[in-house]
Design a protein around this ligand. Structure first.
Ligand code: GLN
Length: 198
């Protein structure tokens, strides 16, 4: 079976780490910087970094609305941290993103920096639905999911907050799965891409 081709949005943030994790999980990869780079992808990763910076860098050529069109068409997407913020239908402190296109489509409300400032970054072991053994998660100025709507499945929580959710072909984490050697979540996306191709 040929490897699914997974794009990594490469405007800003933790790009190389996702490429490494996806390749370890059996995918081919492509860096995505402009709309044409989305053509023919089987899935896409939207990395963490700074959601406002990513949205600003993407605004000139309508890249994020094009991502939305492909996600609506069934392309699986995995948003991590800032990527989750850009996938959220609602962002609570929306001022920083005012006037900028995002992707949207994931029926959650996200709060940027919901766990506090950079000094409050932390790690935790998560119990993930359907996964054997704990998943080590690195949270860096992480957003919080403060509300989740219909069809949003909570796959993992930290305390009373969902931190990993899935809505159909949209997978989203408030943490950075690319910063550990555990590639199981990238593997989940690669499986979603394979299911789609098959
Ligand atoms: N706080 C960042 C933002 O608002 C996200 C942090 C991250 O991706 N590590 O985009």
């Amino acid at each position: 079976m040929t490897a699914p081709l997974v794009g990594v949005l490469a405007l800003q943030g933790a790009v190389r780490e996702h490429v490494r994790a996806l390749e370890a999980a059996g995918a081919g990869t492509r860096l995505v910087r402009r709309p044409a780079d989305l053509d023919g992808l089987d899935a896409l990763v939207m990395p963490g970094g700074e959601s406002t910076a990513i949205a600003r860098l993407a605004r000139h050529d309508g890249l994020l609305p094009r991502v939305r069109t492909q996600v609506d068409g069934g392309m699986p997407v995995f948003g991590t941290c800032a990527g989750l913020i850009l996938l959220a239908d609602k962002v609570q402190d929306a001022d920083a993103l005012a006037g900028l296109d995002t992707v949207g489509g994931l029926r959650i409300t996200a709060r940027r920096n919901g766990f506090g400032s950079q000094l409050d970054s932390f790690e935790a072991d998560l119990a993930v639905d359907g996964m054997e053994g704990p998943l080590r998660a690195v949270f860096i100025r992480a957003p919080q999911i403060v509300a989740a709507g219909d069809g949003v499945e909570v796959l993992a929580a930290h305390g009373d907050r969902p931190v990993l959710v899935r809505q159909g072909g949209i997978l989203a984490a408030t943490f950075h799965p690319e910063l550990t050697d555990d590639t199981r979540l990238h593997g989940m996306l690669v499986e979603m891409a394979r299911d789609r191709v098959a």
